[in-house]
Design a protein around this ligand. Structure first.
Ligand SMILES: [Zn+2]
Length: 641
């Protein structure tokens, strides 16, 4: 746990741009290629086929709803803008390193329609402009207006950075000017904030492009105002003639608006909202050196990872509020663990590691990307999970599109920008956060350094990191020593480095670096048996298998029977072997195990005799690869006997 009486100072590391990181030859190569070549084009087709882009026909009457109104008063269609905003963002990330005029033309087509539909005062939201213009800004609690604009804004920033084209950015700056003129503490403005966080972190992205302090201050206002009492949502409901007591979700904890953000100690409510808020708080701490926000983030990160996180990096166990319930409530078969939430945990952890260099953040980024986030997309790049359960009897299958398709574009934008999670720099430092084959180019103190990692990580813990500065130069290389690793060795040009000197999980090597210097890193990567805290009672008597950052599961496709019948002896030796034919190539785990027989029960549900068991073989695959073959059961937490 962090010592909060002595909070650390704010660091300011700068991520190396994803377009400067090339995954050729490694684990992420096929994923990033699939996202670029299959996911992004297929998502545009889905947005079109499923009538999402239709909302941009501002000159036509709105027509029948593509999605009905829910009991909460919200139609998924209220926030269709967010879905193509996120799609533009993902597409823009792929464009940056791989120009594609046809893709650019599709984005330009959307931007043109948005610019055409934008109101004279800058307001921009397809639902309210076309369907309920008199209800603009009357229900921030339920209707996602600023959430949608935030995703358009993130899309606009990404598109500008990829292409240098300003049209979308200018549209969104005008929309932000309108928001700024409408909300704030000044007389005549509404003291509101959107219940679905997103605009906050988007405004900070905008600020980093424009350097206009107004954009940063607006983000700061939204974060500071959140949870102040009396609640804006009560006043707003009364203005609409509603009784605040009739609020569908009953508590503003659903939106992390139950108390000011700096007083929050437990991660509560809707999981994606929480992660977006905390990401914005980390960004604000970065930009403003606000230690009170850093302290709150530290505390909340520890609460999440110490008491509320699935072993896969999934989060938010309940479908009822798409979020958290009580601490240690981690059901497996009904786990909600939305893909968006694990993706957003990576967003948050990545930001935390830029202001506080501590591997506990990056360890969880890595956990999410290799497990609970990556499980959200199929190997074919066009089928998805919304919920990432840890146990199935075969009823969970991937879908082509979703009623509420927030997750597909979210996992796409994470993978399309994943390069930016690998390295950060300061004028005299290079930090290596993640491992995996890539070549990259970083700027350290104004000078270019070529970097390459040769490795088959995560299938193997050996990495050869080669540095090629244009001319010899001194800087400190910091290597993340993953929290999952108990034994590591590091050499520089063959000379051993004391890994025990690592601080907060980062090993510093300060020296003069010259072209061709090779750092060899070896992380011992045995198969580990992990057990859950006793209060996570769903996992009692069970064991999970993990090797390096990769969590494993047993799947019926390998066993030939539902994995719920399997038990792993406590002393069973577990072998790990790379199988090039396993779902694109992966390490498979195997062990002697037992199967409980369900064959001789003669129609009984209960009986006096213990069930019979027989020897069998456990074959376990990486969790993120499940549900890519025939339908069947799956289990992460195996019975141990
Ligand atoms: Zn989602």
């Amino acid at each position: 746990m962090t010592d909060l009486s002595n909070p650390p100072r704010i660091e300011r590391y700068v991520p190396v741009d994803h377009a400067k990181v090339d995954f050729a030859g490694g684990f992420w190569e096929s994923w990033s290629k699939t996202v670029r070549e299959v996911t992004v084009p297929s998502q545009h087709r889905r947005l079109d086929e499923e009538r999402f882009l239709e909302v941009l026909n501002f000159d036509q009457p709105p027509g029948p709803l593509a999605r009905p109104i829910q009991p909460s008063g919200l139609s998924m269609q209220h926030f269709f803008d967010s879905d193509f905003g996120k799609w533009i963002e993902a597409a823009s990330y792929t464009l940056k390193a791989h120009p594609n005029p046809a893709l650019q033309a599709k984005i330009d087509g959307i931007v043109e329609k948005l610019a055409h539909g934008q109101m004279a005062d800058g307001y921009l939201n397809s639902w309210f402009i076309r369907r309920e213009p008199d209800k603009r800004w009357t229900n921030l609690r339920d209707l996602h207006e600023m959430y949608s604009m935030g995703h358009l804004l993130e899309g606009a920033v990404a598109y500008f950075e990829a292409t240098g084209k300003r049209a979308f950015l200018d549209v969104m700056i005008k929309a932000v000017d309108h928001i700024d003129a409408t909300f704030g503490r000044e007389p005549g403005k509404l003291r509101g904030y959107d219940a679905h966080e997103e605009i906050e972190l988007a405004l900070i992205k905008l600020y980093r492009v424009t350097k206009n302090p107004k954009h940063l201050k607006l983000a700061q206002y939204f974060v500071d105002e959140r949870g102040q009492m009396p609640s804006y949502y009560d006043e707003e409901a009364r203005r609409r003639g509603d009784d605040p007591a009739n609020y569908h979700y009953q508590t503003y904890a659903y939106s992390q608006a139950h108390m000011p953000v700096r007083e929050q100690t437990q991660v509560v409510g809707h999981a994606v909202r929480a992660m977006y808020l905390f990401s914005a708080m980390a960004d604000l701490a970065y930009e403003t050196s606000d230690l009170t926000l850093l302290a709150a983030c530290d505390r909340l990160f520890d609460n999440l990872t110490g008491r509320q996180l699935y072993i896969t990096g999934g989060l938010g166990p309940s479908g009822a509020n798409e979020g958290f319930t009580r601490e240690y409530d981690l059901p497996n078969e009904t786990a909600y663990a939305e893909t968006c939430a694990a993706v957003a945990l990576a967003f948050w952890g990545h930001r935390m590691a830029q202001i506080e260099l501590d591997s506990r953040f990056t360890d969880h980024v890595e956990l999410a990307i290799f497990n609970g986030a990556l499980s959200g997309i199929a190997r074919d790049g066009e089928h998805y999970f919304y919920e990432n359960v840890l146990e199935s009897h075969g009823q969970h299958r991937r879908w082509k599109w979703h009623y509420c398709p927030c997750c597909p574009t979210n996992i796409a934008r994470l993978i399309a920008s994943l390069g930016s999670y690998f390295y950060t720099t300061k004028p005299d430092e290079l930090v290596v956060h993640l491992y995996g084959a890539n070549t990259a180019e970083a700027e350290i103190g104004g000078r270019i350094v070529q970097i390459s990692q040769e490795t088959s990580y995560p299938w193997d813990g050996d990495i050869a990191l080669t540095l090629v500065p244009a001319a010899p130069m001194p800087f400190t290389l910091r290597l993340r020593m993953p929290g999952w690793c108990n034994k590591a060795s590091v050499t520089v040009n063959g000379e051993g480095i004391d890994t025990a000197a690592a601080e907060k999980g980062y090993l510093a090597i300060a020296r003069q670096w010259a072209a061709g210097d090779v750092v060899r890193i070896s992380f011992d990567m045995p198969v580990e048996r992990l057990y859950a805290h006793p209060l996570a009672s769903e996992d009692a008597g069970r064991v999970a298998l993990k090797r390096g950052p990769v969590v494993y599961c047993a799947e019926e496709a390998d066993l030939g029977f539902v994995p719920q019948l399997l038990a792993l002896p406590a002393d069973a030796e577990i072998a790990a072997e790379f199988d090039p034919d396993l779902l694109g190539g992966a390490v498979r785990l195997s062990a002697l195990a037992t199967k409980t027989s369900d064959a001789d029960w003669d129609g009984q549900l209960y009986r006096r005799e213990q069930p019979k068991t027989q020897a069998t073989r456990l074959n376990a695959i990486p969790y993120h690869l499940w549900a890519n073959r025939q339908a069947g059961g799956m289990l992460v937490w195996l019975r141990e006997k």
